[in-house]
Design a protein around this ligand. Sequence first.
Ligand code: FPP
Length: 281
Amino acid sequence: MRLPGRRCAQWPAIPPVIRNPPLEQSPPVSEPLLPERARVPRHIAIVMDGNGRWAERRGRPRAFGHRAGVQAVRKAIECCLRAGVEALTLFAFSSENWKRPATEVRALMDLFLRSLRREARELAENGVGLRFIGDRARFSPELQAQMASAEALAPQALKLTLNIAVNYGGRWDILEATRALAREVAAGQLQPEDIDQARFECHLSLAALPEPDLFIRTGGEARISNFLLWHLAYTELHFTDVLWPDFGEADFAAALAEYAARERRFGLTGAQVRAAGAAHA
Ligand code: FPP
């Protein structure tokens, strides 16, 4: 199943005040976590790589690494809340991960189910809204039901939207959006020439959210691996050798610091960007 597109009534809009709250209203934040308050990414996407190697280095089964990965997920959520990040999108299971050994796939499904049962309520109580993106039809009815009930626990005051990509692929996402638009054209509801970027994005999984500002991949590989192919067009990329279960507050702070030091140009010249910045100062 796929959530219908967008702009998009059923996904709550992110309250803009969360982004850079006035200092006196801010939660306590350790200094190194916020290198520059004004340059905090609104949306971070993470490929959590390295669980298997982390476990193998300890002579343990790969599932042990995935369980340790859940602890790192908790830390990342806490860091996002403290830094004022509005959305976090995690690649938990790709459409290609079904090809892994059956024991590992079973262990991951079991881990998702148990983690959701254990954590969903507490996340909502802490202002974290959960969403799943990807094709859920292949998951067990029990897991699908658990995902739906976790999404239904909408927090009263949304601080962070947490998207978990499961059985997700960037190409699948683009194809689904294309099919949805083709259906609208076939039904006479839409003219092909009316298809523009905004309308296309309406049918993508992360429709109601800002595009990721920062992409992080742990585990030493420097590739996107069919994650958010459309959305990463202008995203700043941060690759680290740290294995996901070891990715902690200092690593998160380092990624934020690197992001804050980047000049995002979106096709403009550096001089144009600096002039625009000075005009808004
Ligand atoms: C990639 O590392 C990791 C995965 C395919 C699974 C990621 C899942 C988690 C961290 C659990 C998250 C749980 C929830 C509920 C969000 P790998 O196994 O490919 O590592 P390797 O490259 O060292 O083999």
